[in-house]
Design a protein. Structure first.
Length: 560
């Protein structure tokens, strides 16, 4: 916990943990303001968790979420009002403290000279020069002047962003490339299913972001607030402006925990867990080992979601543990799926159904989790069966693994880049934006109808890199993405159904059938998942080594 004093009445800090609240109380603070929206990162506690600890410590708490880099006038007014009303001193926190410092700076614009504001925030470690320009400009964000310019700007340094940066630098080392991402940590998210199944340790899925940024690529360690594609500019946190000649957008997606009533306040306790959050995957394994009898629920929300097989992977690995420990007969396993099929590609369904039968798991289709009462251990599902009235059903549980609803990030959904559903609007073959020809997108945030997996991003990165280089050289796109995605379905410890497919459910096996038949459980596929894919990710994909990912030549289409 790092507290940074701005005035006698206000200090700010990066994200705090529940266990920090007692120390905050001891330090003399009387109130806490949370300026960070829930769900920004997979490892952050919710504001309800902090609020419960604050209440127990006798501190007042305000939840005033602000999307990174999007401080509005009403946010400033609300912050000013809160500071007037709350007992002092106050601690405000967000991801890094920058939003809190920005809110304070803007709220003081009419009371203090700009020089005093800049001095106070600088002393606390925050550069508010961008905000000062916004104040002088009447609150408007200028795009007529850029703080920096690059040949290619990449928004998002997840699997897709780092991979495409490395692929670009491999093809054209002289390009000035910038990666924009505020995160300090990079996660190997495909490993979290294995953490929840007791195979990996959580620490194996983590690297520092700085260690992964490709050599020669500029890392702008902040968040994007908004896009100005007509001006070839992105607006950063603090209202700084970065111009680009070409841009790649790949910020991932948003886990929308708030869409399930009561979920945030019970995550990580009362038997409620999720492998979709780094800090909760180990709790999944704890619950699995502890459960000897009772009911276990596994949920899947409406599509699209990151890795469509992940909800049932959690089920299979849990059930396999109970099977091996001779307690399976005492456990009632229920798979609650908002969709109408077990898996979207029919070729893999028979093998998966056989494991559901082996584990005596009941399949409940068209069941979407809408509310949860952790202390009472009850979950509420909205049932939308075809040609039937919508109804709500309640299910008790001893353990529940939740896959959260998922959407495009807020700053994407409200941008000129988004389609009607909020995803970046691209041509599904070239991954070029349909409206802005100098913008491309890959990974989970774009709207091509493929599986949202790291394996898909691995194939997409070379396509985008090759097409951008072709564009720089004055040529038409030369590479196409065929929709490839891979979902290694961990049906038991030691065996995997390796689902590889492209657009329209077409099978896209990487290896000959005599080595791995993806429609059947395979031990070799398990070895691939456990031993080979992590180093391929860290040492190959993120370093621009395009093993088994050579882009396909673009084929002219009838509608072209």
């Amino acid at each position: 916990m790092e507290l940074k004093r701005i005035t006698e009445k206000l200090s700010v800090s990066p994200q705090i943990a529940v266990e920090d609240v007692a120390a905050i109380k001891q330090a003399g603070f009387r109130a806490i303001i949370c300026n960070r929206p829930d769900g920004e990162a997979n490892d952050q506690p919710t504001h309800e968790e902090i609020a419960a600890a604050a209440q127990a410590a006798g501190l007042e708490m305000r939840y005033m979420p602000v999307v990174s880099g999007m401080v509005k006038d009403e946010d400033t007014d609300a912050f000013r009002d809160a500071m007037r009303a709350l007992p002092k001193p106050v601690l405000a926190y967000c991801r890094s403290g920058t939003r809190c410092a920005t809110l304070w700076s803007l709220s003081q614009a009419q009371q203090l000279p700009i020089a005093d504001i800049l001095a106070a925030t600088k002393a606390a470690g925050y550069d508010m020069n961008g905000v000062a320009r916004r104040i002088a400009n009447g609150g408007r964000t200028p795009t007529d002047h850029a703080d920096a310019s690059f040949d290619v700007v990449i928004v998002g340094a997840g699997a897709a962003g780092i991979a495409v940066a490395a692929s670009l630098r491999k093809r054209k080392p002289d390009l000035e490339v910038a990666l924009i991402d505020p995160a300090d940590i990079h996660y190997y998210q495909p490993g979290w299913t294995m953490v929840g199944g007791g195979i990996f340790e959580a620490a194996e899925t983590v690297r520092t972001m700085g260690s992964l940024i490709p050599k020669g690529v500029h890392w702008i360690k902040t968040a994007v607030a908004a896009f100005e594609p007509k001006d070839n500019a992105v607006i950063l946190d603090g209202c700084r402006v970065v111009r680009y000649t070409r841009m790649i957008v790949c910020p991932g997606l948003k886990l929308d925990w708030q869409k399930v009533e009561g979920l945030e306040e019970t995550l990580g306790r009362n038997g409620v867990t999720s492998n979709y959050r780094y800090d909760l995957a180990p709790y999944t394994w704890q619950l699995v080992q502890k459960l000897k009898a009772g009911r276990a629920l596994f949920t899947q929300p409406p599509m699209p979601i990151k890795c469509a097989g992940a909800p049932q992977k959690a089920l299979y690995l849990s059930a396999d543990h109970w099977f091996r420990n001779n307690v399976l007969e005492k456990i009632d396993i229920q798979f609650m799926n908002a969709g109408g099929v077990l898996f979207g590609v029919k070729d893999f369904v028979p093998a998966l159904e056989s494991y559901m039968q082996k584990y005596r798991a009941s399949l409940n289709f068209f069941h979407n989790l809408v509310a949860i009462d952790g202390p009472a251990k009850k979950a509420v599902f909205e049932v939308r069966k075809p040609d039937a009235p919508v109804e709500r059903v309640e299910a008790e549980f001893d353990m529940i693994h939740v896959c959260p609803p998922q959407t495009a990030p807020d700053f994407i959904r409200v941008s000129p880049l988004a389609d009607e559903a909020g995803w970046v609007d691209v041509d599904q073959a070239t991954l070029r934006h349909k409206t802005f020809e100098n913008i491309w997108s890959l990974g989970d945030a774009m709207n091509a109808p493929n599986a949202k997996t790291a394996a898909a991003a691995r194939m997409q990165a070379p396509v985008v890199a090759q097409n951008i280089v072709a564009d720089i050289n004055g040529h038409s796109p030369s590479a196409q993405y065929d929709g490839y995605g891979s979902c290694p379905l961990t049906v038991e410890r030691g065996k995997i159904v390796l689902a590889e497919f492209g657009y329209g459910g077409a099978l896209k096996p990487s290896l000959p059938k005599f080595l791995i038949d993806g429609t059947r459980p395979s031990h070799l596929a398990w070895v691939l998942k456990e031993k080979m894919l992590p180093p391929i990710y860290w040492r190959g994909m993120l370093r621009g080594k395009e093993w088994l990912a050579t882009p396909e030549p673009l084929v002219a289409r009838e509608d072209a």
